[in-house]
Design a binder for this molecule. Structure first.
Ligand SMILES: [Zn+2]
Length: 346
């Protein structure tokens, strides 16, 4: 999750549903001609009228499509609000034009106030970069992108019960990343129903073509059950690891549900357990808050007893082995105590 600071530039052109003239490209629309442009608008209207606010729990995207759709969706929906570039599978590609950053910011600012999913999607599909991105896609792929956008829009929906916030905990993200937190009470065992991970299995060729070690392999898990690497994207990719997680992933075909492992209160972070050795052997480089509290992982000092792992699986039936033992006698009341933060003295 290498994140790069990004600044908005002033709006240079208005976004309209039929705009063809573009000052930024010298008046030429490169991806479509007039007839294709009209067909695109008809296609998008059809796709919008058939949308479901909470998409089906499945998708039909190839790994390559999932990567580029995810990058485009996070660029428009998440980065516009966070005001920095969050994780990308293709870190070199520019997904939207510089002059459209202000447009996406305005679109998302409006969405946070009115939660109008259809109007927001209509504006997003009207962006010149999105029109070009979707120009030669089939209607079913356009619908797949619509659903992927919807999954991220729920981060800013009044109904979802969770949202995304900046997080400066992790050095791998240069201390500029994100976390998901709940905005309402959730009971232990409840499914956070508008949050999901989107999974795509990778064969060896796809692994080689798509993944770059330490650059974009932040969200790859190995399924011991299926004996293959899996890409985990969608909003669930913003869930951070914790050695004593608050939630767990439950894979369901090509998506993953998120279930609360304990009662959650507004402000609690949604965390899951990535695996026993995700951050080095026995997670020795783990920077999670549990490791910090217990002086483990990256916070281990030489005089600590290193024999206990204190970790727990939160991926059901997959890559993370089940918890074998607890290191310290933590009680839930200790683990759930509010974080104490020192007051800044001026
Ligand atoms: Zn940890």
């Amino acid at each position: 999750m290498q994140n790069t600071a990004m600044e908005c530039s002033p709006r240079e052109e208005a976004t309209t549903t039929t705009a063809v003239y573009s000052p930024s490209t010298g008046g030429i629309v490169t991806a479509m001609d007039w007839s294709e442009d009209g067909a695109y608008d008809v296609s998008i209207e059809k796709i919008l009228t058939s949308m479901r606010e909470v998409p089906n729990g499945d998708h039909f995207l190839t790994p390559n499509e999932l990567c580029s759709y995810d990058d485009m969706a996070t660029t428009i929906v998440v980065d516009s609000i966070m005001q920095f570039q969050t994780h990308k599978m293709n870190q070199r590609r520019r997904y939207i034009k510089t002059q459209e950053r202000k447009d996406t910011f305005v679109i998302m600012e409006d969405f946070t106030k009115n939660n109008d999913f259809m109007a927001t999607l209509r504006k997003i599909f009207s962006l010149k970069s999105v029109r070009q991105f979707m120009a030669h896609q089939t209607d079913s792929k356009r619908a797949g992108f619509r659903d992927h956008l919807l999954r991220f829009l729920h981060m800013f929906s009044f109904k979802s019960g969770f949202t995304i916030e900046p997080c400066d905990r992790y050095s791998a993200e240069h201390n500029q990343g994100c976390k998901l937190v709940v905005t309402r009470h959730w009971l232990k065992g409840e499914r956070i129903d508008r949050l999901c991970g989107v999974i795509s299995e990778l064969n060896e060729t796809e692994e080689e073509a798509l993944l770059r070690k330490d650059q974009n392999d932040f969200s790859v898990m190995y399924s011991t059950r299926k004996q293959c690497a899996q890409l985990w994207l969608g909003p669930g990719a913003y869930i951070n690891h914790d050695c004593r997680p608050s939630c767990k992933f439950v894979p369901n075909g090509r998506t993953a549900a998120i279930i609360a492992l304990k009662d959650l209160r507004p402000g609690d972070e949604i965390t899951c357990f990535y695996g026993e050795h995700f951050f080095g052997d026995s997670n020795e480089r783990c920077e999670c808050s549990t490791c910090e509290r217990l002086g483990r992982g990256a916070f281990l000092t030489l005089d600590e007893n290193t024999s206990d792992t204190g970790s727990g699986s939160s991926v059901e039936g997959d890559s993370a082995p089940a918890r074998t033992k607890y290191g310290l006698r933590d009680t839930d009341s200790r683990l759930n105590r509010p974080c104490w933060r020192p007051t800044t003295i001026h």
